[in-house]
Design a protein around this ligand. Structure first.
Ligand code: SF4
Ligand code: SF4
Ligand code: FES
Length: 287
């Protein structure tokens, strides 16, 4: 081990990671899959979901692996009874109040831990949920806060981590908490510049392309049949990479690879939504 590395022990195995690496980095280096919800590789960790907690010897409480730095000789446990119990309850609490039907990754972890949100159901008592109508305010993307787990990712992407627009933030308290524009104005009235970088980082599809929403509503959303073609945006010289998702010969959404060195998954409105002219046909004039 060099001076630029630290050694930690994870589930009985020593792992060397660079100084400054997180426990999550160390888990990944050890090949240990870890649930994360609020964390994304292209965002600053905000540490709010607690899905990623691990047990560290000497620590009174479980620690969030996404933001706690690895320290020399840490003894880390990722699959203890306490860790499994805590992760399961985090997932169950989310599932009891939020529509996770399109959150594939969270559902995978719920199945892994056997999380059962229904066990919080008390006969005769209606569980409080986010209970929110879908906000369709333009042709570009919709906001369905019934699916929102308040992970802050969109706020980070709109703010310091990517766009520096600060069009959205948290408003309200308890079940009334929502991601909101200033004074809850509609998106077209807000400071939003429609980069769609919030859509790109949302883990639950609470934010999704309007076209995807329309196709899902019609029962016509078929991701297994879609092709994804990587290309370079032609609108300006920055050179952002685009991934065009095509279904039935129509571009249905546009993403950007997180690991691309130029934009790390971020785009502007032209790259993200400016493909719609390609779809213009006499039989689909309003797309
Ligand atoms: S809208 Fe999506 S990204 Fe934003 S807080 Fe909710 S779940 Fe997270
Ligand atoms: S996405 Fe925007 S910034 Fe990137 S190349 Fe296209 S026009 Fe330029
Ligand atoms: S992923 Fe670590 S606290 Fe959310």
């Amino acid at each position: 081990m060099s001076e630029s590395e630290v050694t930690v022990n994870i589930d009985g195995t020593d792992v060397d990671v660079a100084v400054g690496a997180t426990i999550l980095d160390a888990c990944r280096a050890a090949g240990i899959d870890t649930p994360t919800i609020c964390y994304a590789d292209n965002l600053t960790a905000v540490n709010v979901c607690r899905a990623c907690v691990v047990e560290v010897d000497g620590s009174r409480v479980l620690v969030p692996s996404c933001s706690r730095r690895a320290e020399p000789d840490m003894m880390i446990h990722t699959d203890s009874e306490r860790v499994r119990h805590s992760r399961t309850m985090v997932l169950e609490f989310l599932g009891s109040g939020v529509d996770l039907s399109q959150a594939d990754e969270i559902q995978r972890w719920m199945a892994h831990y056997g999380a059962d949100p229904d066990r919080y159901q008390v006969e005769g008592v209606e569980l409080e949920t986010m209970a929110e109508e879908v906000r369709v305010q333009d042709r570009l993307y919709v906001r369905d806060y019934d699916k929102c787990v308040l992970c802050y990712r969109c706020v980070e992407a709109c703010g310091d981590d990517a766009q520096h627009t600060y069009a959205i933030s948290l408003a309200g308290r308890g079940y009334g908490t929502r991601i909101s524009t200033e004074f809850d104005v509609t998106l077209p009235q807000s400071a939003c510049v429609y980069c769609g970088n919030c859509v790109a980082v949302c883990p639950t599809n609470a934010l999704q392309f309007t076209r995807e929403f329309e196709l899902r509503t019609a029962g016509e959303w078929r991701p297994e049949e879609q092709t994804v073609t990587r290309t370079v945006c032609s609108y300006c010289g920055v050179g952002c990479n685009l991934e065009l998702h095509v279904q039935d010969n129509e571009i249905v959404k546009c993403t950007s690879p997180d690991d691309h060195s130029v934009t790390m998954g971020n785009l502007c409105i032209k790259g993200r939504f400016g493909y719609q002219y390609v779809n213009a046909r006499p039989d689909a004039a309003d797309r």
